[in-house]
Design a protein around this ligand. Structure first.
Ligand SMILES: Nc1ncnc2c1ncn2[C@@H]1O[C@H](COP(=O)(O)OP(=O)(O)OP(=O)(O)O)[C@@H](O)[C@H]1O
Length: 312
């Protein structure tokens, strides 16, 4: 029996065809596990079903087939045990940064006193670097600051599982980099279990313990689970100098450019057969160069962000 904290078993999501006909199978046979305290990113082309999977993990959507088990219990609806951060932080516009965070904290621990709630919320506001701006309303904050409030709010309720749907997608590169590093630090402090969608290969390498790679839809599946074998703590500047960095990066980019399409919709393609139970193939691109830091790193890919907006 698996000792994973989160178990995703043979998940499929189908939608009825708009005018009769064959239903649309967005993904099927999606199976993976996440250990407690693990940071897992998922990458795949636009439309393969990443947000749908995240919504199912959150309990905001239901699968057509399969199940999600968290901490031994089947996920059957939304719960404060799972915190979600979306690209649009959805803050309450009439409440300050502190009150937005406190609002969630009160919902999580209704028995707490007002002082306890505010002190707890303030701790997380400080953790995301917003001390001094805690009384500002969302309209008085920059996009990056608003996203930090969203992160503070999600971490403050100390969910058992934190789900993030492209949380930095709307931010400029500089702000994005700063907040990514803050997230690395906060995650290091809190050891949350995290599942995050990103289109940014470098972001995934900086943040994740493992990256799940999805084939193109329809009938998408998680084909590979790629280990990011780079020691922590990681910083953006140091991570790119690690000997394993380009091996990992090239593997991820190569999957997205070529194999995500080749493996799409078919488990019969040679090399694409998932291991029994639909679990993804375990890959460690760093293993080949482990113990050989002198090996020259290939730099064959320039900065690439996904999606490339293509169907299968
Ligand atoms: N209610 C619905 N009815 C029919 N099809 C739907 C519905 N909701 C989503 N879909 C389809 O499901 C597919 C997966 O959508 P989803 O948003 O999960 O993809 P994604 O991988 O997160 O995409 P992106 O990277 O662009 O955000 C899309 O093709 C979408 O058109």
């Amino acid at each position: 029996m698996s000792d994973d904290f989160l178990i995703v078993e043979n998940l499929a999501r189908r939608y009825p065809a708009p005018r009769g006909g064959e239903p649309l199978t967005v993904f099927e046979d999606v199976s993976f596990g996440i250990r407690k305290g693990e940071f897992v990113c998922i990458i795949g082309h636009s439309g393969c079903g990443k947000s749908t999977i995240l919504n199912i993990l959150a309990g905001l959507d239901a699968p057509s087939r399969g199940a999600v088990i968290m901490d031994g219990k089947e996920v059957a609806g939304p719960s404060l045990e799972r915190g979600v951060i979306f690209q649009n932080h959805s803050l309450l516009p009439w409440k300050s940064a502190l009150r937005n965070t406190a609002f969630a904290v009160r919902a999580r621990w209704p028995e707490w006193s007002r002082e306890q709630v505010l002190a707890h919320a303030l701790r997380y506001i400080e953790l995301v670097g917003l001390k001094g701006a805690e009384h500002r309303k969302p309209s008085q904050l920059s996009g990056g600051m608003r996203q930090r409030v969203g992160i503070a709010r999600a971490f403050a309720i100390e969910p058992k599982l934190l789900l993030m749907d492209e949380p930095f997608g709307a931010l400029d590169a500089l702000t994005r980099g700063m907040i990514q590093e803050e997230l690395v630090r906060i995650w290091g402090d809190t050891q949350q279990t995290v599942f995050m969608i990103t289109h940014d290969v470098d972001e995934a390498i900086l943040l994740a313990d493992r990256v799940l790679l999805m084939t193109n839809g329809p009938r998408a599946r998680v084909a590979e689970s790629v280990r990011i074998d780079i020691p922590r703590p990681r910083t953006r500047t140091e991570v790119i100098h690690h000997p394993a960095y380009y091996a990992i990066r090239n593997h991820l980019v190569e999957f997205l450019v070529r194999r995500s399409k080749e493996l799409a919709g078919s488990a019969e393609v040679e090399g694409a057969m998932p291991v029994p139970g639909g679990a993804p193939l375990e890959v460690n691109p760093a293993a080949a160069i482990a113990g050989d830091p002198s090996r020259p790193a290939s730099r064959s890919f320039a900065a690439i962000r996904f999606p490339l907006k293509e169907s299968s």
